[in-house]
Design a binder for this molecule. Structure first.
Ligand code: G1P
Length: 295
């Protein structure tokens, strides 16, 4: 019986090519692009840590080695900072370092889709529930998306998927769920579809990139069947698992930025800059002046 077993591990699929951010992503993984002064991946890891995650599993790919370096000690840098008494910077670096043995890295050797990337983590996750966080989506407010999902998981058990509502004309871009009975803060999911053809979506609740899944999903991903975009889709295996286990939707009430898109990335930078006391005054004043000059 795996239901309500404690959630300890989270999987971060970070193998994507980031073609929308070329030429930058020719040499820098898209997950390392910065929102203000932190890489995108740090926001997502922080969200997981705040939800109680103890082990961080990164599914990387070629050219992503710098992500592994980022989550390690940078000995020379730290010695230099120490010799210059840069204590604030040293504290900052210590704060983002995962505890020894709590970060694992594996590679998705071919870009075969999200379902395949998650399947690549099966041996590291083992036979226990796990979270999946898509690093493109960074989430602000709402008490923390994964944290709210864990609370619902403790109540509802099974599998939890975070959702938000989108404009009907955008539903074809996402995984969409069909809503059933209300349960706590959320509702049971009765069906789901990955990237429905325009006008065929069962609702406007889209999957926003946060999941709590039971390990039985790995057996279903094992079949490696292709779906939308000729990729191995996570949504297709979740739909199969729905016949055996409960899926509950967690409606996230904060704000989500899709940093995998240029506009979302810029908006995230503006929003987080405006939350920072040190830079807000100049950023706010100059943004207002720029917008006024447009008219
Ligand atoms: C993936 C998922 C999709 C989800 C989306 C959220 O799609 O397959 O269900 O709605 O992330 O960003 P992708 O953005 O990789 O096409």
């Amino acid at each position: 019986m795996t239901e309500n077993k404690k959630l300890r591990k989270a999987v971060f699929p970070v193998a994507g090519l980031g073609t929308r951010f070329l030429p930058a992503t020719k040499a820098v993984p898209k997950e390392m692009l910065t929102v203000v002064d932190k890489p995108v991946i740090q926001y997502v890891v922080d969200e997981a840590a705040e939800a109680g995650i103890e082990h961080f599993v990164f599914v990387t790919g070629r050219g992503k080695g710098v992500i592994e370096d980022y989550f390690d000690i940078q000995y020379e840098l730290e010695q230099t900072l120490k010799s210059r008494n840069k204590n604030a910077e040293l504290t900052l670096l210590a704060g983002i370092l995962p505890k020894a043995g709590t970060a694992s890295f594996t590679r998705q050797q071919e870009p075969l889709g999200l379902g395949h990337a998650v399947w690549c983590a099966r041996d590291i996750v083992g036979n226990e529930p796990f979270a999946v966080l898509l690093p493109d989506m960074i989430m602000s407010g709402g008490g923390g998306c994964l944290k709210g999902m864990v609370e619902l998981y403790n109540q509802a058990g099974g599998n939890i998927i975070a959702v938000e509502e989108c404009a009907p004309e955008l539903a074809h871009r996402y995984g969409i769920v069909a809503p059933g009975d209300k349960i706590g803060e959320g509702f049971r999911i009765t069906a789901m579809v990955e990237k429905p053809a325009k006008g065929t979506q069962p609702s406007n609740y889209f999957i926003n990139g946060r999941y709590i899944l039971q390990p039985e999903i790995f057996n279903l991903l094992e079949t490696q069947e292709r779906g939308a975009g000729n990729e191995i889709q996570l949504t297709d295996s979740m739909l199969k698992l729905l016949k055996q286990q409960d899926f509950t939707a967690y409606p996230f009430r904060g704000v989500t930025y899709d940093t995998g898109a240029k506009d979302g990335f810029i908006l995230a930078n503006v929003a987080y800059a405006l939350e920072r006391e040190d830079i807000r005054p100049t950023v706010e004043a100059q943004l207002k002046a720029m917008i006024a000059a447009l008219k």
